[in-house]
Design a protein around this ligand. Structure first.
Ligand SMILES: [Zn+2]
Length: 489
């Protein structure tokens, strides 16, 4: 038996002003089909497919795999080239019993709202009906009818932070292999939940919901149960949370999709992230000087397409007189260059952040000392979630705290951002992390209380304040919660 494996992953924030280009994929990672090694830290899904294929003794035809840190829509020419590479590789591979794709699911190009739908449909055209097509998705995917029609099965990670990618990839391989051998195909059912938002799975009630999905998958005849949370800042018609079920018979699939959709709708208001505004978060920190806090700067998370240089939260903390703050990681190539020029011990007036977009807020100008420099945050420094290296870093000490500055737009996934620079992140009273939820995996042992703070950026958590125009309405919280709707073919 023979499997073709390929992948393209990025998550598009349609409110972000900067397009995602060639350089973003090169800096993220493009591993060509001929490269002998695929980094499992960067491509855990693809690497999971490879490991499962080897275990099952399938022959593998490898295609390329590409990843870019989330950003604005992908430049059309860049998207077409990446897509065409995968299609040419699939054609060149010759007959395959199945094709597995490592996708995100919320990639939008300048002139295509549904990149994954196009890619999967093109795969179906090339492979015909006999071959099995399976796609691994991020739960922040935007699932469309085209995707469901073209693929035999779409299977998403269950955890947010995404700590279960490899496991889900291996499951997808096994389920698709069973289908390829038996010739049977499962029936999909999709329940539209009528809402958007962020739903981390580290605490109840979402922990329990993940358990429920896994329990349902152990039922005979049920192949896959995925909660597609959807990416709230991807304004395309099909956006919105969905319960996606594949089962041997359509009735079971439909029953479970409806049950899961209603179960999720019963807990979503408790489960949804409810960030404070920056001023309120700063007041809490200031009013409790004996306590230690991690402030998740959720609206400036490069992992959701934000610029990573917004100053709203830091400014609010400074205004409240808060000190001993550790910031990771401010994306500011100019300041990084200035720090490297000044060298360790160099004293300068630094102009921190506030440069990359109209959402970034004003720069914070402050005298500072360059405390340390590092080439990157080291191997394995990307936390349990994975991702590309941090690139060069500088630690700048100011009177309100210490700022890690970088040349690449990176989510604060791991404490190694600080430790690579000789700092102990446990020592800061307040940690400001440019991350929404993924940081929780690698910061789990910190005794700091976690607060989430939102601000008016391209990832504004006050969704109703954003200029949505394509998403199908009604959808909560832009409208009152509509009834659950099952997709009909
Ligand atoms: Zn995600």
């Amino acid at each position: 038996m023979r499997v073709f494996i390929g992948g393209i992953r990025t998550e598009t924030n349609t409110f972000a002003t900067r397009l995602t280009g060639d350089e973003d994929f090169r800096k993220g990672d493009v591993t060509s089909a001929s490269s002998p090694h695929v980094d499992p830290g960067l491509h855990p899904g693809y690497a999971g497919f490879l490991a499962a294929a080897e275990k099952a003794k399938w022959r593998v035809a490898r295609g390329a795999v590409a990843y870019a840190v989330p950003g604005g829509p992908v430049e059309q020419a860049v998207y077409e080239r990446l897509k065409n590479t995968l299609l040419e590789e699939l054609r060149a591979a010759g007959p395959c019993d199945m094709a597995l794709l490592d996708l995100h699911g919320a990639m939008v190009a300048e002139r295509c709202d549904d990149c994954e739908g196009e890619i999967l449909s093109a795969y179906r055209d090339i492979l015909g009906d006999k071959a099995v097509i399976g796609a691994l998705l991020d739960p922040h995917a935007v699932v469309t009818r085209e995707m469901v029609q073209a693929a035999d099965i779409l299977h998403a990670y269950k955890e947010y932070p995404h700590t279960d990618v490899t496991e889900r990839a291996e499951e997808l391989f096994e389920r698709c292999a069973m289908m390829a051998i038996s010739g049977a195909r499962p029936k999909p059912a999709i329940a539209e939940c009528g809402l958007i938002g962020g739903f981390p799975t580290v605490e109840e009630p979402m922990k329990g919901f993940v358990r429920w999905m896994k329990d349902m998958e152990r039922r005979p005849g049920v192949l896959s149960v995925s909660l597609i949370q959807s990416f709230p800042w991807c304004d395309v018609p099909a956006a919105g949370a969905k319960l996606l079920v594949y089962a041997d018979d359509g009735k079971t699939a439909e029953m479970l999709a409806r049950e899961g959709g209603e179960r999720f709708r019963a807990i979503f208001e408790e489960a949804v992230m409810k960030p404070l505004d920056c001023e309120a978060a700063a007041r809490i920190v200031s009013a409790n000087p004996q306590k230690r806090y991690i402030l998740a700067d959720v609206s400036d998370n490069p992992g959701g397409g934000a610029t990573g240089d917004a100053t709203h939260l830091l400014r609010a903390l400074i205004s409240e007189g808060v000190s001993n703050i550790g910031v990771g990681l401010l994306y500011d190539p100019e300041t990084l260059e200035a720090a490297w020029r000044a060298g360790v011990g160099g004293i300068e007036e630094f102009c921190l952040g506030g440069k990359q977009s109209r959402y970034s807020g004003a720069s914070i100008v402050a005298p500072g000392v360059v405390k340390a420099l590092a080439d990157n945050d080291g191997e394995g420094g990307r936390g349990a979630v994975g991702g590309p290296s941090s690139g060069p870093l500088a630690l700048i000490s100011t009177k309100f705290g210490e700022i890690v500055v970088g040349r690449e737009r990176r989510q604060a996934l791991s404490p190694s951002l600080f430790t690579a620079l000789g700092a102990n992140p446990h020592d800061y009273r307040v940690l400001v992390l440019k991350s929404s939820a993924h940081f929780r995996a690698a910061y789990a042992d910190f005794d700091h209380e976690i607060l989430e703070a939102g601000s008016p950026t391209a990832m504004n958590t006050d969704l109703a304040a954003l200029p949505f125009c394509k998403i199908r309405r009604p959808v909560w919280p832009l409208d009152p919660l509509p009834p659950l709707a099952l997709w009909k073919e």
